[in-house]
Ligand binder design. Structure first.
Ligand code: FES
Ligand code: FES
Length: 149
């Protein structure tokens, strides 16, 4: 049994401590907004926050998340008020199929906490998430808009 804190709630999960966090979130907690893409920390579709930092949850074991605050895309809005990154995503039509976008948004939210006014180079260095739909131009515009919000 593993106890995790996710989006401000506590969950007792019947999983092994080496279970990938992504699986525990999707299969045991039931939060399916976090997506599986590659499973090897390359695509970023599975990005969540642990204690505010962006991590690729396919490559984090639940045992390493015990006692930490996990935030998923479902927990990013504050009492129904969208996060500024979510608002910018809507304003700039960033999503296409949407599959990669929750991970992209979580990565960007963490970036803006670290670097409130990122340059294009900062964005290229930090946001290495892969989008098969090629939304990178809209994503960049939305990041700059969110930084100004
Ligand atoms: S599924 Fe985790 S980085 Fe691709
Ligand atoms: S919006 Fe389709 S994969 Fe990124």
């Amino acid at each position: 049994m593993v106890t995790l804190s996710v989006n401000g709630k506590t969950f007792d999960l019947d999983v092994e401590s080496d279970t990938p966090l992504l699986w525990a979130l999707r299969e045991n907690v039931g939060l399916t907004g976090t997506k599986y893409g590659c499973g090897i920390a390359q695509c970023g579709a599975c990005t969540v926050h642990i204690d505010g930092a962006a991590v690729r949850s396919c490559s984090v074991q639940v045992g390493d998340a015990i006692g930490k605050q996990i935030t998923t895309i479902e927990g990013l809005a504050d009492n129904g008020v969208l996060h500024r990154v979510q608002k910018a995503w809507i304003d700039h039509d960033a999503p296409q199929c949407g599959y990669c976008q929750s991970g992209m948004i979580m990565a960007v939210a963490a970036l803006l906490t670290e670097k409130p006014q990122p340059t294009d180079s900062d964005i290229d260095a930090a946001i290495t998430n892969i989008c098969r739909c090629g939304t990178f131009k809209q994503v960049r515009e939305a990041i700059h808009a969110a930084a100004k919000a």
